[in-house]
Design a protein around this ligand. Structure first.
Ligand SMILES: [Zn+2]
Length: 119
């Protein structure tokens, strides 16, 4: 077992207006409340786990050490995931008409020509 079990370092500091001294914040290291802050200052040790107080502490303290993720910290706004751009299936190229139209045109032309000659 490590001897220095309680070698805790404050994770942050803030000025306590109540006792007018520098307060140190620590985080609960394990258990249900792991990550919760508690405060030590001239007022004593404040281990309130109320959401409002935890948030206030988070906001007012100056982080000085490595913090555990705080369970009540606001989750980072998720980055907007870009809409999956659905590529439209490439349209099959329209088949060039078999030369039916052309043949008809040719036939018409021939007929016209014949008409001219027969006139
Ligand atoms: Zn205080």
């Amino acid at each position: 077992m490590p001897a220095a079990k309680d070698g805790r370092k404050p994770v942050g500091t803030a000025h306590c207006t109540e006792c007018d001294s520098e307060a140190a914040f620590y985080q609960v290291q394990k258990g249900k409340r792991a990550g919760y802050l508690y405060k030590r200052c001239g007022c004593g040790c404040d281990q309130s786990s109320g959401k409002a107080k935890q948030h206030r502490w988070l906001a007012e303290m100056t982080v000085t050490g490595d913090m555990l993720p705080h369970p009540l910290a606001e989750p980072k706004p998720a980055e907007p995931t870009p809409e999956p751009t659905e590529e439209p299936a490439p349209e099959p190229a329209p088949n060039p008409r078999p030369s039916k139209g052309l043949a008809g045109l040719l036939l018409l032309g021939l007929a016209g020509l014949a008409a001219v000659f027969m006139a």
